[in-house]
Design a protein around this ligand. Structure first.
Ligand SMILES: Nc1nc2c(ncn2[C@@H]2O[C@H](COP(=O)(O)OP(=O)(O)OP(=O)(O)O)[C@@H](O)[C@H]2O)c(=O)[nH]1
Ligand SMILES: [Mg+2]
Length: 462
């Protein structure tokens, strides 16, 4: 009797508890999650910029179907939505993409039209010292033995741009620069020069790297003909440019940088201050060339990134208006996408880059880099700074703040950006590579169709 009564009481208690759960706790929890999601979207500048067309109530299901992203704690996922409806074999897609590229490059372009360039015109030589520059420096990570080839770059760069503005150069090295190197640079430009030795903690291989695992991985990559696979300094360089250069003490005073390298070429007689353009147009990053990577070097970069985004509240770092679709594309080189775990391998070619270092110094990028570094895969794979910058930008920046400098003719062998531009010479308009068989490495058509802002598609036209 007592037993039957207690069973009845416990059943009632269970029922009440169950009802409380269903009616109060679960909705509260859902509301909490939803509020979290809503506040993320409402508070993010990206959402404000997106305007009204994204209903936060549709946040969890609809964005995945329509936009290809789903963001909630421990459940961050992306999918390629294929908005252009591309189909057919990779060869057919490539033919189509080549036509898109050629048509875009055939358009005659002049200069950006989104801001007034009047104040950005080259100052009179007599008044160059009074000219108000952007808070920027030209950076070149370079070795003493690359003196001749970096001088070649600087001569071309000065002629194209910097003799008109005299932005300071910051030469960076893991060893002290020789006096001869410094003297030669001083003979090459009238701009101020800084010579910086990288603090070892920003350059050296971290101590936790397992050297046996590293050397096994390097051997495998070398056997697969991956360039620089066994070159320890190359891995250091990629890690340095990926996540530590902007913390070099001498660079901390600057916001913007323009990166140059030995033996690159500039073909355009630029008549506006490109660095001030970045500042005035509030751009985060500027590039010229956009291409696929060697998939094996970044096999787990994207899966590791997803691991990071699924930890704690890291989902909050993703910009809903990022260039996600460009990262996920899988039609032109589907094998690369598959080896790289869902990443197209498309990246901004970082030997030319103009960027806002405050973006890289942000919490989102820094926390992500810290995670990537902790995996050791700058050494166990050969993660390059270009795909790392590109994934970071595509996830954490608004895609409208990433700018294709379509008007600047540029070459780093074997790839080009050759605009049809009256101020550009020595560069055949529309040429992508010196070798025809490399055409399939071109990712620009994806950028145009998946992530480029409407301003960049139109405002250069006459
Ligand atoms: N100081 C220093 N600079 C380096 C080192 N390794 C590479 N660099 C510089 O880092 C930049 C990128 O290196 P590159 O060797 O050009 O790499 P890459 O562009 O992938 O390869 P290439 O196609 O051969 O040009 C260049 O500016 C180099 O001068 C290094 O060990 N020390
Ligand atoms: Mg290079």
């Amino acid at each position: 009797m007592i037993n039957a009564l207690s069973v009845k009481v416990s059943k009632t208690v269970l029922l009440i508890v169950g009802l409380v759960n269903v009616l109060i706790l679960i909705p509260l929890l859902l509301l909490y999650k939803h509020e979290d999601a809503k506040s993320l979207l409402y508070s993010s500048t990206a959402f404000k910029k997106l305007g009204q067309h994204l209903d936060p109530l549709m946040y969890t299901s609809e964005t995945y179907r329509q936009w290809g992203w789903h963001l909630e704690p421990a459940n961050v996922k992306f999918r390629f939505t294929n908005p252009m409806g591309k189909s057919g074999s990779p060869e057919e897609v490539l033919e189509n993409n080549k036509a898109v590229y050629e048509a875009e490059l055939a358009k005659e372009v002049t200069e950006p039209k989104d801001i007034d360039l009047t104040d950005l015109r080259p100052p009179d030589k007599k008044h160059i010292d009074q000219y108000v520059r952007a808070n920027a420096t030209i950076i070149a990570l370079v070795r003493n033995q690359e003196m001749t080839s970096i001088r070649r770059t600087i001569r071309r760069f000065e002629k194209s741009f910097n003799s008109k503005y005299r932005y300071p150069y910051t030469f960076i090295n893991d060893e002290p620069f020789t006096q001869r190197f410094k003297d030669k640079m001083a003979q090459t430009t009238e701009a101020p020069l800084n010579f910086v030795v990288i603090p070892p903690e920003l350059w050296d291989k971290p101590e936790f790297i397992d050297v046996t695992r590293e050397s096994e991985a390097m051997n495998i990559m070398a056997n697969h003909n991956i360039a620089y696979a066994k070159k320890a300094s190359y891995h250091n360089m990629c890690r340095f440019y990926s996540g530590t250069f902007y913390n070099v003490p001498e660079l901390k005073q600057f916001k913007y940088y323009w990166r140059i390298e030995p033996n690159v070429d500039f073909f355009t007689d630029v008549q506006y201050d490109v660095l001030k353009y970045m500042e005035k147009a509030k751009k985060v990053y500027g590039f010229t060339v956009n291409l696929y990577d060697i998939d094996e070097t970044v096999a787990t970069l994207w899966p590791e990134t997803l691991n990071f985004l699924n930890q704690g509240d890291n989902y909050k770092y993703v910009n809903p208006n990022g260039a996600h679709q460009w990262l996920l594309e899988n039609k032109q080189n589907p094998k690369k996408n598959s080896v790289a775990g869902g990443y197209s391998t498309c990246h901004f070619w970082s030997n030319f880059e103009i960027g806002d270092m405050d973006f890289f110094r942000s919490e989102a990028y820094s926390e992500w880099f810290k995670y990537l570094d902790s995996t050791g895969k700058f050494y166990y794979e050969r993660w390059g700074d270009a795909p790392v910058h590109s994934i970071g930008l595509a996830l954490f920046a608004d895609k409208r703040d990433i700018h294709w400098f379509r008007d600047l003719g540029y070459e780093h062998d074997p790839y080009y950006n050759c605009p049809n531009n009256p101020k550009t010479s020595r560069c055949t308009a529309g040429k992508f590579s010196r070798w025809k068989h490399l055409d399939d490495q071109n990712c620009m058509a994806n950028w145009f169709q998946l992530s480029m802002s409407s301003k960049d598609t139109s405002y250069f036209e006459e």
